[in-house]
Design a protein around this ligand. Structure first.
Ligand SMILES: Cc1cc2nc3c(=O)[nH]c(=O)nc-3n(C[C@H](O)[C@H](O)[C@H](O)COP(=O)(O)OP(=O)(O)OC[C@H]3O[C@@H](n4cnc5c(N)ncnc54)[C@H](O)[C@@H]3O)c2cc1C
Length: 351
């Protein structure tokens, strides 16, 4: 019997109805289409690294794309590199290849777990880069219109940890585990250069001993990012319970620029009239330290390296992780009047 604990990086969640590992696009689409036709719930899963699944499990079909293909469409000094990547391709393998080939723009996204198909869903980002900066278009299976549909960059509605794909999880006020659009392939457009895009993130610039705005050898950026991430438990390592997580559990709040923020809270520009602050700062300032656990909460605790990650120390349940998330969210709300929003997709559980 396969469980969601076997399929996710948090390693919690009960049994699944059935699991299909699709080896071709036809098989992937046919499985989703047949399940939709039959009214069977569908979960299209990549690496399970952005999912908190219920202890009761998921009574439907879980479909994984096992294709790991990169097709270089064109590559020249004027247009840069254009490549189609299958949804099932592990994301970090794409970054590794890009750094080796001299395709610039995703080097700071090194070490993010999961599949390429999931990257545009929440517009993954880290250390000053977002995948949306280089996504040209996404080929999808539109479950509503039952046809293959290509969404151009401008149609993707990419924003901070969001996209049309992620927003299409909600329909008729209910939550669906998989978006309306199943990602089949992603086209990336990158500049040809052995030097990185300008470093935007002060912590990364400090680690590289350069100024914000400088360009650096992309391989050095990758190495620095991987080291920074490892120090925060943000690179998967089965032996390290701090990485039995879904990464950051809460997004950084984006607020109107005149919203009152506690003294000392970081303020980042988030577009016209908006300010972004740090969820980790708020959590710590509200009194939750690294390793915090709810009394009686079993093996669920905050990471011992980073307060933003909820972790499973061994045999945590989804219920205990939700209790921990509620405690942190409510504590921050009581202290500062700001409600933190979860980043991972919640499957069969509610915060
Ligand atoms: C240690 C760690 C560090 C992390 N660091 C970061 C980080 O720095 N930045 C960041 O943004 N995220 C980070 N994450 C979160 C996560 O890795 C990313 O969101 C990743 O893109 C999820 O990929 P996945 O394949 O595991 O998605 P899954 O967890 O398998 O799925 C997540 C959602 O996407 C949907 N989905 C998956 N594949 C498809 C598809 N082909 N078509 C349509 N929908 C699909 C699923 O149905 C589900 O709703 C981290 C997670 C961990 C565990």
């Amino acid at each position: 019997m396969t469980t969601l604990a076997d399929l996710t990086t948090l390693r919690v969640g009960g049994p699944v109805g059935r699991l299909v590992d699709a080896a071709t696009e036809e098989e992937l689409v046919a499985t989703v289409a047949a399940a939709d036709e039959a009214g069977e719930p569908v979960l299209v899963l990549g690496g399970g690294s952005n999912l908190l699944a219920a202890d009761e499990g998921f009574d439907g079909v879980v479909v994984r794309d096992t294709r790991a293909e990169i097709a270089v469409e064109s590559q020249d000094a004027c247009g840069g590199a254009a490549l189609w990547v299958s949804a099932g391709m592990p994301w970090d393998d794409v970054v590794l290849r890009a750094v080796a080939e001299g395709w610039a723009g995703i080097e700071a996204l090194s070490g993010i777990p999961g599949s390429t198909g999931a990257t545009p869903v929440q517009n993954v980002g880290a250390y000053g880069q977002e995948v949306g900066d280089v996504v040209a278009m996404v080929r999808t299976w539109d479950r509503q219109e039952r046809r293959v549909r290509t969404l151009a960059h401008g149609e993707l509605g990419l924003g901070y940890r969001t996209s049309v794909l992620k927003r299409s999880l909600a329909r008729d006020g209910r939550w669906y585990p998989t978006p309306r659009y199943v990602v089949l392939q992603v086209m990336f457009q990158m500049r040809l250069a052995s030097l990185s895009e300008p470093i935007r993130y002060p912590e990364l610039a400090r680690a590289l001993d350069v100024e914000v705005g400088d360009r650096v050898d992309s391989a050095e950026v990758r190495a620095a990012v991987l080291a920074l991430r490892a120090g925060k438990g943000m690179v998967l390592d089965g032996a390290d319970h701090d990485t039995w997580s879904a990464g950051s559990f809460f997004t950084n709040p984006v607020l109107p620029e005149d919203a009152p923020l506690p003294d000392g809270a970081p303020r980042f520009d988030a577009g016209p009239g908006l300010v972004k602050t740090s969820a980790a700062w708020l959590i710590q300032a509200a009194g939750f330290q690294k390793g915090f656990a709810v009394p009686g909460g079993g093996a669920a605790s905050l990471s011992t390296k980073h307060v933003l990650a909820l972790t499973n120390r061994g045999d945590a349940t989804a219920a205990a992780l939700i209790e921990l998330a509620r405690t942190v969210r409510d504590g921050v709300r009581e202290a500062f009047g700001i409600t933190l929003v979860p980043e991972p997709v919640l499957l069969g559980v509610d915060l």
